[in-house]
Design a binder for this molecule. Structure first.
Ligand code: TYD
Length: 147
């Protein structure tokens, strides 16, 4: 399916207050996640001005959560672009397959948690931008000096 950036939606998790802080159970009965979660990982200690991402996935679905601090995601489906800022642990961003993403503007100490629909598989990545454009049915731009 040719997903669009509009299919990448925010999920508001159920938050339980204990009187001494709050908790979120994002895997609870599969209620919070639109897919069965098979893997979780997190990114931390991202140096200032460094970006992550720069790829798309063929099948993988993910939910990205700013567990601590904030960061921005630029999403592109080959046609439309969307920028999302994640800045609280009560909200997750559902990333559908076929979306090119850049993750940037990490605040100092920001931690990015990712829930994923599949175990890690390098073959599911599209890391070349021209290959991504071709994958989405667009032709890669070629630049020549021939006029
Ligand atoms: P990558 O997914 O490109 O990171 P990001 O999108 O956060 O910039 O992964 C970076 C490297 O880590 C890459 O070499 C693959 C490796 N990796 C694993 O070995 N297992 C994993 O679960 C993930 C997500 C990445």
């Amino acid at each position: 399916m040719n997903y669009s950036v509009n299919n990448c939606t925010l999920i508001d998790f159920s938050v339980t207050g204990t009187g001494a802080g709050f908790f979120v159970d994002p895997l609870r009965n599969g209620i919070e996640s639109p897919f069965p979660v098979r893997r979780m990982y997190y990114l931390f200690d991202i140096p200032l001005n460094k970006a992550r991402g720069g790829h798309a996935h063929k099948d993988l679905q993910q939910i990205v959560i700013a567990i601590k601090g904030s960061f921005a995601l630029k999403l592109f489906d080959g046609r439309n672009e969307k920028i999302v800022i994640l800045d609280n642990p009560m909200t997750g961003l559902h990333l559908v397959p076929g979306i090119w993403r850049e993750v940037f503007d990490f605040t100092p100490g920001a931690t990015c948690m990712v829930l994923a629909s599949e175990i890690y598989d390098e073959k599911d990545y599209i890391r070349d931008y021209d290959e991504f454009l071709t994958y989405r049915g667009l032709f890669a731009k070629t630049y020549t000096n021939d006029f």
